[in-house]
Design a protein. Sequence first.
Length: 534
Amino acid sequence: MVDEFPGSPVPLDSPFYIQRSQVEKLAYEEITKPGSLLRIKAPRNTGKTSLMLRLIAQAKSKDYAPVIINLKQAEAEILASLDKFLRWFCANISVQLGLPLKLDDYWDEDFGSKISATLYLQGYILEQINCPILLCLNKVHHLFEYPKIAQEFLPLLRSWHEEGKHLEQWLKLRLVVIHSTEIYIPLNLNQSPFNVGLPLKLPPFTLEQVQDFALKYGFSCEKEEQFKQKLALLLEMVGGHPYLIHLAFYTMAKDNISIEQVLREAPTISGIYQEHLRSLLDNLKKDSALETAFKKVINHTDKINLSAMSAYQLENMGLIEIQGDKVQPRCMLYRLYFQNQLQESNPLLQRLKELEKENQELHRLCYLDDLTNLANQRYFNHYLGKTYELTAHQGAYLSVVLCDLDYFDIYNKYYGKVAGDECLKKIAQTLIKLVDRSCDLVARYGDDSFAILLFEKPPMMAVHLAEKIRKNVEDLKVIQDPKRIGLPSSYVTISIGVASVIPQLKEQSQQLIESAEKALLKSKQKGKNTVSLA
C-alpha cells in the first residue's frame, strides 16, 4: 500500500497515522476542561494539524461545537488592519457555528475593535451556543509576519482565556493554538498566550513507532532482523522526524529503492530530503548570528554550550535538541548536510584566491613583466613565500617548475631582440594554456626562463605537466638554423627542473627554488630538452 505524498495532514481514516499515545491523552483531557487553552507547537511537518483533526473528532464525539480558523487563509488586505482582521475572525466563527452575522450590532468604533470582538464573542456567540466550543487556531505563526496584528491579537487570546476565571460564559470556550516554531518574534511573554495553558511539544518517533510505520507500508520487520537494524540507522539519520520517516517509506515503496540508497543519498543536495533541507538552509541564512552559532554545533562531535537565545531559536527551527545546558544537532542528517553547505572555505584556497587577486594589480605594484604579461620574479618570490607558509599548515604538496630556453642567448644574438621577444611571448602563451591559474602561478623568472608554482600537486603530477610543457614548446616549431648558428635542434626547445615538497614550518621556501634549480641543471647536463625531478 502506498499513501499520498507525505506533507499533508493525515486523514482520520488513514492507516498511516502513528499514534503518540501520551500526547494525545493529554490533549484529549485538556479540551474537556472548561476555559482551557492548549498550545501545540513544533517545527513544520511534524504532525500538528493531524493531531488537530483528531481533537476535532474527539470534540464532535462529545457534542462540542468545533471551529477551525486557518490564519493562513487571511488575505494580506485583511491583515493590514486590526479592525478588518477581527471582523474577519468573528465572522468565521459565526459562519462555522451556523449563526447569522451580527457584527454591526456589537461593533463600536468608540470602544475599539478588541473590545468589540470581545463583546461579540461574549454577548452573542457564547450566549447562543449551549455547548462547549472548541476553537482551533491553526497556522498562528502566519501572524508573526504581521507584527502589528500579532502584538494585538495574541494578548487578546490570553485575555479571553483569563475571562473564564470570573465570567461563566467564557468557560464554554476551549482554545487550541497551533503554530510552527521556525518563525520567531520577540513577544511580551506576560501578554501573549505562549506562557499560559498546556503546552504540548510533539515528540519524535521512537524505534517502535518507526517499525510500526514500516509494517504499514508492507516492510516486514519480524522476518528480517537486519532490516530492524537499518530502521535504527534511519531513525538516527532523521532523528525520528515524522515527515522525514514518512517520506523515506513512501519513496522506498513507490520507487522501489532500498533503505541503503535512502540513507546514502539523504544528506546530499539531490536526495529525497533536498526541499526540506533547502528550506531550513534558507531560513538559517537569514540570520548570520544564528548561522554562526549552528556552525559551532555541527562542527563539534560533543554537546556544546550556546547562548540561551541562540539555543531557543535553533531548537524552534528543529535543528538542535537541548539536553541540560548543552545542545547537539537534532539528527545526523542535519549535521552532514549543513557541514557541507555551511563549511568555511578552505582557508588555504581562500588565501590563494586573495593572492591571485593581487595579479590584477601587478601593474600598480610593479609585479608584472611587460613583455609577456606574466608575473615577474619579484612577485613569484612574494607569492611563493606566502603560499609556502600557508601550505605548511595544511600538509599539502607545493611544487616548483623551472623552465629555461635552450641556447636562447645564441638565438637572440643571431635573430635579434624582436624575434627573441616574439619567441618568449609564444612560450608564455603556451604556459598560460597549460597551467590552471585559479590557484597556480606562472611567472617570467629571468631573461630566458620561466617559473611555475603548483598548489596541491604531488611530484608525479608536476613532472607530467612539465613534460607537456616541454612537448608543447617543441611543437611550436619556432625555427632556428642549427647549421648556421651551431645548435643541435631545428626548433627552439626548453629544459625543465621540477621540485616538490610538503612544507615544514622550519624550512625556508628558498630551499624549494634551489632544489628546482639543481633539477634544471641536471636537465641541461643530460643534453637539454628534457625534464628532471629533484
